[in-house]
Design a protein around this ligand. Structure first.
Ligand SMILES: Cc1cc2nc3c(=O)[nH]c(=O)nc-3n(C[C@H](O)[C@H](O)[C@H](O)COP(=O)(O)OP(=O)(O)OC[C@H]3O[C@@H](n4cnc5c(N)ncnc54)[C@H](O)[C@@H]3O)c2cc1C
Length: 402
């Protein structure tokens, strides 16, 4: 007689954030993370290997969401004092300052890197020199791989660990660990949404056809300043500092930034993301701030808006003031709702076309370079060339506060 199976019920695929907590916890490695036809990783259970222990259900943040860090709630504006670090970072380089503090404690830092094959994956480093790999936001969902297991191993060996990522990835780690570790510092980013790695592959293919070889991409390059961040492609990683870029376009005209900001290529779970507010699970949250109003800080080179939610997070921030300028910022000036994602009615059509159109046809359809786009691009470039940014910002400020 055949026995009745009692297989685990993981969260439905539309709410799965792909954090890998279920796959990392399975004692029989019966769960693998596999890409769906939108390019996002989802857990797939090998029924032959599954022993029905259901541990995967208990660690799934989709089935058991948690928001527990509202104890401190202080906010700061932060700028790394090393200008090269700040230039390479998305905003003020606060992440590097925190990571440096962990490495000085003989710790390990985890974050998202871009591989030579242009995949965005999580990895770890143990030296200050290697931290450059993590700098700058990669606007593609990163693969966690075996990082949750490695974090646990380092913590159990008594090492300090800093784990950075999107809020859902942090929640996955916390659920997977099942207990609080004094030496774990979690850092999440304010996250608009995570776009599809499969669409990103198509973008790279399209750009290689149009513009020639690419070996490195910076999603928020500051050659034209923080306020006019551009997507930049480089022929090699070393070209980043010498600024020998082969391609540079802003969010008004670059196909990837336009699709990312439209929300059309986001993971489905981002639409009902529970982290669009100040409810967080991390020790520290990092985001962009365009204008601080703090004398001397608004220099168009980037500032991080940093919120601390726990006492151990506060202790770390107290120790980064040699490396970074840290100025307390009134919490009341921080919006309660820090992000808004929406379900784009075209989303399903986009992913259908992704698998049926060539790269060129796909981007011409969903990110066309129309006359309006070219005019916007020219306008922004003109404003930058004539150094009119500050003048326009002051007029905006005057009109808003009139
Ligand atoms: C997908 C995404 C969307 C974002 N959306 C917003 C937003 O809407 N509003 C806002 O204010 N800020 C947003 N941010 C955060 C912001 O861009 C900066 O990361 C933040 O201000 C920290 O900047 P920094 O200069 O201190 O550090 P940086 O040196 O820029 O540090 C980068 C940090 O981001 C992590 N990271 C980079 N790429 C990824 C990735 N793909 N997945 C997980 N972690 C990653 C790295 O591990 C590192 O911890 C987003 C970041 C990402 C990755």
């Amino acid at each position: 007689m055949q026995s009745i199976r009692n297989m685990p019920n993981l969260v439905n695929s539309g709410d799965c954030c792909g954090c890998s907590a279920c796959a990392s916890t399975c004692p029989r490695t019966a769960i693998s993370m596999q890409a769906d036809d939108e390019g996002f990783l989802h857990p797939v259970i090998d029924e032959g290997k599954c022993i029905e222990c259901r541990q995967c259900e208990t660690v799934c943040p989709g089935l058991n969401p948690a928001y527990n860090n509202d104890a401190v709630g202080l906010t700061y504006v932060v700028q790394h004092k090393d200008e090269a670090v700040r230039y390479q970072s998305t905003s003020g380089g606060a992440f590097t300052a925190i990571a440096e503090e962990i490495i000085k404690r003989n710790g390990v830092v985890f974050g998202a890197i871009m591989t030579k094959e242009m995949r965005v994956v999580h990895d770890s480093v143990e030296t200050i020199e290697e931290l450059g790999e993590f700098r700058n936001s990669k606007y593609v969902q990163s693969e966690i791989g075996d990082c949750l297991i490695r974090v646990r191993d380092f913590l159990n060996a008594g090492r300090w660990v800093c784990f950075s990522g999107t809020p859902c990835q942090i929640n996955g780690l916390i659920k997977f660990l099942k207990k609080d570790y004094h030496k774990l510092i979690t850092v999440d980013v304010v996250c608009k949404s995570v776009p599809s790695p499969l669409v990103f592959n198509k973008y790279v293919e399209f750009k290689k056809e149009k513009e020639g070889p690419i070996s490195d991409i910076v999603f928020r390059d500051k050659k034209r300043g923080f306020l006019y961040c551009t997507m930049a492609h480089y022929l090699s990683h070393d070209d980043r500092m010498s600024a020998k870029d082969c391609y540079r376009r802003g969010s008004e005209s670059d196909e990837w930034l336009r699709l990312f900001l439209s929300g059309m290529i986001s993971r489905r779970s981002c639409i009902n993301c529970g982290y669009q507010t100040l409810k967080r699970v991390s020790d520290i949250t990092l985001g962009d701030i365009w204008e601080t109003g703090v004398r001397g800080l608004d220099d168009n080179k980037g500032t991080t808006l940093l919120s601390v939610w726990t006492h151990k997070g506060l202790e770390i921030i107290g120790n980064i003031t040699n490396e970074a300028r840290v100025v307390e910022y009134p919490m009341v000036r921080r919006q309660e709702r820090i992000n808004t994602n929406h379900l784009d009615p075209d989303r399903n059509k986009v992913f259908h076309d992704l698998n049926h159109l060539s790269a060129e046809e796909f981007f011409r359809k969903y990110s066309p370079r129309t006359i309006k786009v070219r005019m916007k691009e020219f306008g922004r470039f003109f404003v930058w060339k004539l150094h009119l940014h500050n003048f326009i910002r002051r007029i905006k400020h005057f009109v808003i506060h009139m």
